[in-house]
Write a protein that binds this ligand. Structure first.
Ligand code: ATP
Ligand code: FE
Length: 338
């Protein structure tokens, strides 16, 4: 089975070709334009998707060495995401499927961040059901109980900002360009994580909150800069390491609680923030320290990419779970529909 997958939910245009559960190609065109605005501008994102989609799909097919006529189905991200961005991928997928007379498969982007673990790679092992998924991305922070591929339950989530936003907003306070998450990671690797202690929020159960952390970082920086205008440049590595350390602790505390409540020690992470080197390291250490089994996606499957849409497409293809031509993009699309 050959699946062409298309992802356009935010600011990355991506297309991938999968042969069953293996990736043949996974092309991502990131949009640079948003950097100068300090965040994603929906109107510009949509326009860039329109420009990118044809060449990106073409490149994915070429790299995979697959002709359109060999495709078994087209999978696309239906949501959640920015409406204008989703519409580009959705309409493209619909018309291509119609033209080729092959099935269309709609994919939930957050399910895809989790199910990316089922892309078969050399030396990779896959989580076994039931497992706990921690999805940490630009728009979401959730602990999900995954009972089966399409049987998921949200155990907890953020009440305000997502963890990716916490990284990006902290970076902005430090004067770093958007998206700041990867830059905080880079500086953190050179700093002392215990240099500046930041308070951890008190949130019930398995829910998260990150807006208070952002405020305390802001106040801390304002106070220090008043005393020493060069504070940020002199302490950038230590500040980044301390912010990252606090965020990782918040995530780990909740994961430990989820393990305690469910008795499940099979842990998978997903979403853009799972690219973070500190989180990856901490989870690997948890294998020994906490006797968890942890699953960290290959780097290219962490941030937005179409291969993860393709694996969901493949799993749905096997279930004969196809969409009709009257399907629409859906900006708000829960991982579990009630
Ligand atoms: P969602 O998946 O919730 O719809 P999204 O698709 O915009 O949101 P992703 O692409 O999955 O989000 O993740 C992007 C986020 O990941 C950004 O906030 C970015 O800063 C963060 N991120 C990427 N790499 C790293 C890293 N190494 N360390 C910390 N954060 C990172
Ligand atoms: Fe995402």
């Amino acid at each position: 089975i050959y699946i062409l997958a298309i992802e356009s939910s935010c600011d990355d245009t991506s297309a991938a070709v999968l042969c069953n559960n293996r990736t043949l190609s996974n092309v991502v065109a990131s949009q640079k334009i948003h950097e100068e605005y300090g965040g994603v501008v929906p109107e510009l994102a949509s326009r860039a998707h329109q420009q990118n989609i044809v060449p990106v799909v073409h490149q994915a097919l070429t790299k995979a060495n697959i002709d359109k006529k060999q495709l078994s189905a087209i999978a696309f991200t239906r949501g959640p995401g920015l409406m204008g961005s989703l519409l580009v991928g959705t309409s493209f997928a619909k018309s291509l499927a119609l033209g080729l007379k092959i099935p269309l498969i709609e994919v939930n982007h957050m399910q895809a961040h989790i199910l990316a673990h089922f892309i078969e790679e050399e030396n990779s092992s896959q989580p076994s059901f039931p497992f706990l998924a921690l999805t940490i991305s630009g728009g979401h922070t959730q602990i999900v109980l995954v009972k089966d591929f399409f049987d998921m339950e949200i155990l907890g989530e953020t009440l305000d900002d997502a963890v990716g936003e916490a990284f990006d907003k902290s970076a902005k306070i430090l004067g770093l360009p958007y998206p700041g998450g990867p830059l905080i990671d880079k500086h953190a690797q050179l700093g002392n994580p215990k240099a500046f202690p930041f308070p951890k929020p008190k949130v019930d159960e398995l829910n998260f909150s990150f807006s208070g952390l952002k405020t305390s970082i802001l106040y801390f920086i304002q106070k220090e800069v008043k005393k020493n205008p060069n504070f940020i440049e002199q302490n950038l590595n230590d500040v980044c390491a301390s912010i990252q350390y606090t965020i990782i602790n918040i995530l780990m505390d909740k994961l430990k609680l989820a393990v305690k409540q469910t008795g499940i020690k099979e842990i998978a992470i997903g979403g853009g923030v799972s690219a973070n080197s500190g989180i990856r390291k901490t989870l690997l250490e948890a294998e020994k320290k906490l006797s968890w089994k942890t699953y960290v996606p290959k780097f290219e499957y962490c941030t937005d990419n179409a291969a993860m849409i393709g694996i969901v497409g493949y799993l749905k293809y096997k279930n004969n779970d196809f969409a009709n031509q009257d399907i629409n993009a859906q900006a708000r699309y829960k991982i579990v529909e009630n």
